[in-house]
Design a protein around this ligand. Structure first.
Ligand SMILES: Cc1cc2nc3c(=O)[nH]c(=O)nc-3n(C[C@H](O)[C@H](O)[C@H](O)COP(=O)(O)OP(=O)(O)OC[C@H]3O[C@@H](n4cnc5c(N)ncnc54)[C@H](O)[C@@H]3O)c2cc1C
Length: 289
């Protein structure tokens, strides 16, 4: 289908983008990679009268490390994430997971900021952000604010972003020593969204888990922060009993919608299985280091 008519804007600064958003209020949408927005416009689920293309804003791209925190510009593409040596060294979960997002065509245009701002529980970055303890820098007409990932995803296609705000960067604490990580994603075929997926980041002190976070993809109205599942690992040596307890606690919070990928029971069980596998792999990575 062909989208409705719209006016196209191409600002060259974040301030100009914000001014355009404020001027056109609910009638405007930011355009990043366009791989979620344009399909929705073609189906006429989204009909913005003004499209504010932020591809010319260089400040929104790039990956840096400052004071132990990885800063990722919202317009950084999945391909740039996969190729980033800095991320391989300081947040290797992201390049590994980004390889499992769609296909090269989508990854060359699709941005981490768009993936997060879209608020789609099927997208992979929201659960990854929960597991990475990320924060989001949002800029609007009244200045900047920082929102933790745990408070950002409010519902399906609904986030803490106000209509006139731009997500400018993603902040992730650099992974420290003895940090294990994994993203286990079940999908029907290469290029598909997850049937269910689990992102795990944990830290071992000796053989004991001192810190753990688990995010779940596509098994609820938003990415799910599996805090009870993660708590089942902390303070313990991670053996099969601990893994089983965490998987059961992860399954207990799942509420997936039925679709062609499976019914509620199947998706819930797969979230549990992805969690088991991701914990085992994360532990193995620490012990293999
Ligand atoms: C065939 C196909 C398969 C896919 N498979 C997957 C998958 O397996 N996993 C996955 O995670 N994703 C998948 N995607 C989605 C893809 O990753 C999109 O690129 C992503 O969801 C949106 O990023 P974008 O840069 O294209 O954003 P756009 O489509 O341009 O924007 C999406 C939304 O976010 C808003 N937005 C964008 N940037 C900002 C910003 N900086 N600040 C505030 N709001 C902003 C826009 O206004 C819009 O509402 C797939 C897409 C396709 C077409």
């Amino acid at each position: 289908m062909i989208p409705n008519e719209f006016e196209y804007h191409a600002p060259s600064s974040v301030e100009e983008a914000i001014r355009l958003l404020a001027e056109h209020a609910e009638d405007a949408k930011l355009l990043a990679g366009g791989h979620s927005l344009l399909p929705m416009m073609k189906l006429r689920f989204a009909e913005p009268a003004h499209l504010v293309d932020i591809n010319n804003i260089d400040d929104l791209r790039g990956i840096q490390l400052a004071d132990g925190v990885v800063h990722i510009g919202a317009m950084t593409t999945e391909s740039a994430i996969i190729e980033s040596d800095l991320l391989h060294d300081h947040c290797p979960l992201l390049p590994e997971a980004a390889r499992n997002i769609s296909d090269p065509q989508v990854r060359n245009r699709g941005t981490i900021g768009g993936d997060i701002a879209h608020g789609d529980p099927a997208n992979d970055h929201p659960a990854l952000m929960l597991a990475c303890n990320a924060e989001f820098r949002l800029q609007g007409p009244n200045g900047e604010r920082t929102v933790p990932a745990t408070e950002f995803f409010l519902g399906t296609f609904w986030t803490a972003l106000e209509a006139e705000e731009v997500l400018t960067r993603i902040l992730i604490p650099a992974f420290g020593p003895r940090t294990g990580y994994a993203y286990c994603k079940l999908k029907r075929k290469q290029g598909d969204w997850a049937t269910a997926a689990s992102a795990v980041v944990l830290v071992l002190d000796g053989d004991t888990c001192s810190e753990a976070r688990i995010g779940l993809t596509n098994v609820g109205p938003t990415a799910l922060n599996a805090t009870d599942a993660a708590a089942a690992l902390v303070g313990r040596v991670i053996d099969e009993d601990a893994i089983e307890e965490a998987a059961k606690k992860a399954m207990a919070i799942c509420d997936p919608a039925e679709d062609l990928r499976g019914d509620t029971e199947y998706k819930t069980h797969m979230a549990g299985e992805m969690t088991r596998r991701a914990i085992r792999q994360a532990v193995q990575r620490v012990k293999g280091n």
